[in-house]
Design a protein around this ligand. Sequence first.
Ligand SMILES: Nc1nc2c(ncn2[C@@H]2O[C@H](COP(=O)(O)OP(=O)(O)O)[C@@H](O)[C@H]2O)c(=O)[nH]1
Ligand SMILES: [Mg+2]
Length: 355
Amino acid sequence: MILTIFGYPKTGKTLLFNLLTDKKEKVDKFSAPSGEFHKAIVDVPDERLKRLADFFHTPPVYAKIEFLDAGAISLGEVKSSTFIDLLRRADGLVHLVRGFADEEILHPLGKIDPARDIAAMEDELKATDFLTVEKRLERLAVDVKKMKSKELQEELDLLLKLKSFLEAGRPLREYAFTEKEAAQVRGFKFLSAKPLLNLVNCDENTLKANAALASPAARGKCTALFAGKIEAELLELPADERAVFQKEYGLAGYRYIRDEFIQTSYALLDLISFFTVGEDETKAWTLEKGASAFIASGKIHSDIQKGFIRAEVIPWKDFLECDGFARAKEKGLLRLEGKDYLVRDGEIVHFRFNT
Ligand SMILES: Nc1nc2c(ncn2[C@@H]2O[C@H](COP(=O)(O)OP(=O)(O)O)[C@@H](O)[C@H]2O)c(=O)[nH]1
Ligand SMILES: [Mg+2]
């Protein structure tokens, strides 16, 4: 899974990237945007997987998130940005928004106003998609005339719908794509169709003024707060002093983005985890919420999917409480499910398949 951090210059993107990945990329006030971007792959922490791995005495293999720090995007320039490919590649976008005051760091629009920046960036994403749609429509209009094709006509009809949707000012993530439509437009990698988290980088004052937004629940929604500089400073302290300072800052309940962010992304992207266990490794897999056992099997290997017979399923906790498969089977907790079974978060799944 790829998450791309983007935003206007000097909003603290690289600082956030460092906090999330333990990297030490350069964070500074003055340098002009460069063509550079940063990339890091981190494990998705999961206590459940750890406990299963302990049970099997095999190494835990965590799911991974790839973070991209897309560098600065100047105002009005998403569509021509050199970083647009980093946005297109993402499964989810994290728009980092300036919410902190600092007289030495200029904001391109002067005043600090997170709501304005959130709206402006959303407009840029929509405008970028609009251009993509228009360009394709021009091409299609020519092609449809040249050759009668049901497929091309369908694509044309769909893109006209999307065009008026965008013209009405709505991002494509609000469009209810059917499965077929989703497949038809996948190649366009529309930016306004991607899950988006607007993360406002706050100072003490803005953080206090918006405390409710910093709760873990709020972070699962599309706008959330964090306090980059304060968090970086707190993390430099010995662990036992942090709580004292947090209290002093009036941030006793503050949750570190490092600890919260990955859960937040899973919620935002509607993802769950399932586990496979065995002799060699105990492994977590990422799956879209509401996906079937058949789709889950394809995450592991196309051969398993092709030869799918059944899935043996048990929630991780039931498994540990039964001390293994034998007792779980006796107690009827190990279920046999078919292709259409909807896998749930935290289930151990063992696939039976024909080779
Ligand atoms: N006062 C304050 N400064 C911050 C905060 N977050 C980042 N900065 C500063 O903003 C400058 C730009 O940060 P950086 O991460 O390089 O921004 P980027 O251009 O978005 O990658 C640096 O000097 C940071 O120390 C914050 O929450 N408060
Ligand atoms: Mg940067």
